[in-house]
Each structure stands twice: as structure tokens, then as C-alpha cells.
Ligand binder design. Structure first.
Ligand code: PNS
Length: 189
């Protein structure tokens, strides 16, 4: 019987409960799902790729058919390399649609054999994005219920380091500044 392998590509900086919700849904409809973290040298992320990988591995350890990997270059090339036939992406609201449609159609143009499958996370996560989580955490707001506990803990550690740095503690290392908001129309991930 044909097994369907999908990739779920993204930045995951940091992974949120919305991502986890989508991973759980994806794991139910695909035989295999690879959560693929983009290694993007142009972005200045809050968390290193290795930190994001560790967080996602811990978050998805209960799902037998979910793996975590990293990639660079084109998503379609990565999908072919790992022999996936589908790309999973989440659509939270109408505002995501235009960007996602553009990306799905470009990916189809590049690789007609690959299908993009859109899934909707639970409504309670429809406002949730990694960008907003970073902003709320950086400004001292509560991020409980938005991200898994282990991610909240990592965010608190980052914010403590930033706080110490701002207070002039020389041993503290300044965390990377947040990625600049895109001038292009791009959904908040
Ligand atoms: O979580 P994000 O930031 O919305 O994920 C965007 C991502 C990683 C899926 C997208 O930027 C991507 O696919 N980048 C890889 C480069 C690529 O394939 N570009 C052409 C996309 S049409």
C-alpha cells in the first residue's frame, strides 16, 4: 500500500501550541510527517536552529510517525530529497491565505508532483504566531498557554539573559535581536 510522507516546513522561532496542534492533526492523516526547520542565514532568529530542533523533538516525542529535521535551500528540493509527496502548511485566518496560496502555487510550478495540504489549527490558536509570542515574551507578558512548558521555560531563560545584559552584567551574552519585520507581505509565523 502507498505510504504518504509529508513535510511540515517552517521557521518555528519558537514553536508554539498552534504548531503542535497542526503536527498532531498532520500525524493523523499522513503515514510519516517530518517537521522541517528552515536554516535561513538571512534571518536573525531568537533561537538557534539547534535549540528549535531540540524543542520540537521534545514536543513531538509522543508521536511515533513524526520526525524533526533541518534544511536549507528550496523546500521542494528538500521534499524530494526525503521522498515526501506532500507539504503541510497551516492556515489560521483569511489573512494567511494570500501568502500561502502564492507559496503553494510557486512550489507547484517548481515541482508539479508535490501537493500542498492546508490544515486549520484549533480556533483557539487562530491568533497565535511565533512573532507575537516573541514580542509578548520580550515585553514581559505571560506566554503560558501559548507555547508548551518547555518552550516557555526557554523563552524565560532568554529574557533573563537579555534583562541581565540590559542591566550591565558583563558576563551576560546579548541574545540575537529579533528578526526584522518583513516589508513584503508575509504572514506572521
Ligand atoms: O514558518 P514560516 O516562516 O512561515 O515558513 C516559511 C517557509 C520556511 C515554509 C518558506 O519560507 C520556505 O519554504 N522557504 C524555503 C525557500 C523556498 O523554498 N522558497 C520558495 C517558496 S515558494
Amino acid at each position: 500500500m502507498k505510504r504518504i510522507k509529508a513535510i511540515y516546513p517552517g521557521s518555528f522561532d519558537p514553536p508554539t501550541n498552534g504548531h503542535l496542534d497542526l503536527i498532531e492533526r498532520g500525524s493523523k492523516i499522513f503515514d510519516e510527517l517530518v517537521v522541517a526547520i528552515l536554516r535561513n542565514p538571512e534571518k536573525d532568529p531568537l533561537f538557534s536552529v539547534s535549540d528549535r530542533r531540540k524543542m520540537l523533538e521534545a514536543m513531538t516525542s509522543a508521536f511515533d510517525n513524526v520526525a524533526v529535521d533541518t534544511f536549507d535551500g528550496l523546500t521542494v528540493d528538500y521534499a524530494l530529497r526525503v521522498e515526501a509527496t506532500a507539504i503541510l502548511r497551516g492556515i489560521r485566518a483569511v489573512s494567511d491565505y494570500e501568502y500561502e496560496l502564492q507559496m503553494a502555487l510557486m512550489n507547484r510550478k517548481l515541482q508539479p508532483g508535490l501537493e500542498t495540504v492546508f490544515m486549520m489549527p484549533a480556533e483557539k490558536y487562530s491568533y497565535l504566531s511565533s512573532r507575537l509570542v516573541r514580542e509578548v515574551a520580550q515585553l514581559g507578558g505571560s506566554i503560558e498557554c501559548l507555547v508548551p512548558d518547555l518552550v516557555a521555560q526557554k523563552l524565560r531563560e532568554k529574557m533573563d539573559v537579555a534583562h541581565k545584559f540590559e542591566n550591565g552584567e558583563k558576563t551576560a551574552v546579548k541574545p540575537s535581536p529579533d528578526a526584522k519585520s518583513k516589508s513584503r507581505r508575509k504572514k506572521a509565523t
